[in-house]
Write a protein that binds this ligand. Structure first.
Ligand SMILES: Nc1nc2c(ncn2[C@@H]2O[C@H](COP(=O)(O)OP(=O)(O)OP(=O)(O)O)[C@@H](O)[C@H]2O)c(=O)[nH]1
Ligand SMILES: [Mg+2]
Length: 296
């Protein structure tokens, strides 16, 4: 846990709370929870040049991001950007595309086999007004063939404000009724072409359209230990009561699974079992109440 008086308080609160457990068990739970609090999530950003990756990241996150691929280099190393707010940090990785040039594909294969295991989520950006998706489809299939977890992909339709028919009076934050319809068709097409566990989300970095909804989806799409640290990096205007409540709840669930990783109530006598189950429930509740103090 961070060495600030405030975070030490958090440890102490947990310690007091768990004090009827053997001291060694309490310390193991607290130490594992500390590790989880300090987890540094890694999000991969994928999409063709000009798709709107940098603009989307800049619209979502507090820290300005400049994602540029070194197209001329002999080796296309993915660019890694560390975002930090207070004690929390996360990493954005700009992933080079597969299938752009055959010469690079063997290199990508090796690169992705190592990289894929560390990515908590891949945000894949596709421009709303670009119907040429062969490179994206080929790349996605290659990544799945390299062993990528299909549930780690979040497909985002960017630049929603550019979808025809353009409104007569530009400058509105939400798409017109006709644009909604076009976006719904495009999202459905992409969902068929690039299967994922999550709905395809249309957003606009320029108008801010649907960024709240994307954040709510990201909170659920990220693994439990990654949600809070990513949430800390977001611009305050992209947060909602719903996403805030979901991220707190997920932190509570994380505390619960940390508890489970140290104690197995089923291995204990029945009298202890119900007591430990109640203690676990209370820990889940306490952790979600402490969220603001730890990550706020
Ligand atoms: N109208 C509109 N334009 C956008 C939006 N997002 C990005 N753009 C524009 O699209 C162009 C490409 O955006 P970038 O964010 O640089 O795209 P990228 O995917 O990072 O591109 P590379 O770094 O070349 O891979 C820029 O001119 C942006 O201003 C959007 O939501 N609406
Ligand atoms: Mg860029």
């Amino acid at each position: 846990m961070p060495q600030t008086p405030e975070s030490q308080d958090t440890s102490d609160i947990l310690r007091t709370y768990l004090n009827f457990l053997p001291q060694q068990t309490t310390e193991r739970i607290i130490s594992r929870l500390q590790q989880a609090i300090h987890y540094e999530p890694v999000i991969g950003i994928m999409g063709k040049s000009g798709a709107g990756k940098s603009s989307l990241c800049n619209a979502l996150f507090q820290q300005p991001v400049c994602l540029t691929s070194d197209l001329l280099g002999c080796t296309r190393e993915p660019q890694r950007i560390v975002l930090t707010v207070g004690e929390c940090s996360m990493i954005l990785v700009d992933l080079p595309g597969v299938g752009e040039t055959p010469e690079y594909d063997a290199e990508y294969s090796a690169l992705y086999q190592t990289l894929l295991t560390e990515l908590d989520l891949i945000i894949w950006v596709l421009r709303a007004d670009d119907r040429a998706r062969t490179v994206d489809i080929v790349t996605h299939r290659s990544l799945l063939a390299y062993g990528a977890d299909a549930s780690r992909f979040l497909f985002v339709v960017s630049q929603a404000d550019r979808i025809p028919p353009l409104p007569e009076y530009p400058g509105q934050d939400s798409p017109s009724a006709e644009q909604y319809l076009s976006l719904a068709v495009i999202c459905a097409q992409i969902a068929g072409q690039l299967p994922s566990s999550f709905p395809v989300m249309a957003v606009s970095a320029h108008t801010g359209y649907n960024l709240h909804a994307l954040v709510e989806l990201m909170v659920h799409a990220l693994p439990l230990q990654a949600s809070s640290a990513v949430y800390c990096q977001l611009k305050p205007e992209n947060r909602t009561a719903a996403s805030q409540s979901a991220v707190r709840q997920r932190f509570g669930e994380l505390a619960g699974s940390t508890f489970d990783s140290v104690i197995d109530p089923d291995s204990l006598p029945s009298g202890w079992r119900s007591l430990l189950r109640r203690l676990r429930e209370k820990l889940v509740q306490l952790a979600s109440e402490l969220w603001e103090r730890i990550f706020g």
